[in-house]
Design a protein around this ligand. Structure first.
Ligand SMILES: Nc1ncnc2c1ncn2[C@@H]1O[C@H](COP(=O)(O)OP(=O)(O)OP(=O)(O)O)[C@@H](O)[C@H]1O
Length: 307
């Protein structure tokens, strides 16, 4: 029998007035997958999660969780979520907040276990109003896991955390996913997606522009840029010769400044220097995530997305 997907989004669109937040997203997530939704600000990550949870009504398309209406899956306690706007009541303690949510579910974890899983045991008695940004995120994680869900949505869960807090958070997340649960998390950070997801879905301007394993997606975004001042005359032949060097993706020359984007900057640079000993001020920089997103959205339509 065919396995029912944990998440199935089909032709999902969401417009706000004249702006399109989600622009035709098709996504199927199998039970047990840990998926990162990666994208810059405004890419549509939060809106996609809201639609998947049935918190927003799609302008077109459908969202299903475990083969049915998302609201039913939520009612059945199969889905937990840690959303950006989700606030806890400031006057309650962390333990009281977790207990409140546990009481609303049929098969919750014990409050102690949820607190332990989210590394909140030490702050259990602290009032929500007194928590630091990172502690608040941990408390919200405890609230999200106490229903003992099969599927967890996390919208930028480490946003307010320092490096150590981020690391601890992902350790507790790993324990959770090791039990075969499905997790979808939104992040701006490629390193986080790479380290903790089985699959990365890159969103830009409301569309999926890449969908693959971290290795596949990193290959798309990992180009480096070589910049140098060129003393030689720029001719069609010089341009063609540089384009033919190993790894080269694009070549641009403007007012004496040569810019080459390459998948293998070491090999490209060796070739460049062998052919031209009059290059100065050479600079090699990693493609930033934003540049990679821009390149992907400018050059690929949804059908051209890597898979
Ligand atoms: N309620 C709303 N009303 C109007 N526009 C909205 C609304 N919610 C989202 N948008 C717009 O939709 C687009 C996608 O926003 P969304 O929050 O889904 O992106 P995101 O990838 O989660 O961004 P971030 O990383 O900043 O959270 C943005 O242009 C945003 O301004």
């Amino acid at each position: 029998m065919k396995e029912t997907p944990a998440i199935r989004l089909s032709g999902l669109r969401k417009t706000f007035g004249s702006s399109t937040a989600v622009d035709g997203v098709d996504l199927t997530v199998r039970p047990g997958e840990v998926v990162a939704l990666l994208g810059p600000n405004g890419a549509g990550k939060s809106t996609t999660i809201d639609l998947a949870l049935g918190l927003a009504r799609p302008s077109a398309g459908t969202a299903e969780l475990f083969g049915g209406d998302p609201r039913r899956a939520i009612r059945d306690g199969r889905v937990g979520a840690m959303l950006q706007g989700g606030a806890l009541l400031p006057t309650l303690t962390v333990a009281e907040s977790v207990a409140l949510v546990a009481a609303a579910h049929k098969h919750p974890l014990s409050v102690a276990e949820a607190l332990e899983r989210a590394r909140c045991t030490e702050i259990a008695k602290q009032r929500v109003a007194k928590l630091s940004g990172g502690q608040m995120q941990r408390a919200r994680f405890a609230v999200a896991v106490v229903s003992n869900p099969d599927l967890l949505f996390l919208d930028e869960p480490t946003a307010a955390m320092d490096v150590e807090a981020r690391r601890t958070f992902w350790v507790s997340m790993r324990e959770f996913t090791a039990e075969g649960r499905t997790v979808v998390f939104a992040t701006h950070y490629l390193d986080e997606a790479d380290a903790y997801a089985d699959r990365i879905v890159m969103l830009a301007r409301g569309r999926i522009v890449a969908d693959g394993t971290p290795t596949e997606v990193k290959a798309v975004v990992s180009g480096r840029r070589i910049r140098a001042t060129a003393g030689f005359a720029w001719t069609g032949d010089a341009s063609a010769a540089i384009s033919a060097l190993p790894g080269v993706r694009t070549v641009e020359y403007r007012a004496g400044l040569l810019t080459v984007v390459s998948d293998d900057s070491d090999a490209t640079l060796r070739g460049l220097l062998a052919a031209h000993d009059d290059l100065h001020d050479i600079e090699v920089t990693a493609h930033t995530m934003d540049e990679a997103f821009l390149a992907l959205t400018d050059q690929r339509d949804p059908e051209g997305a890597i898979r």
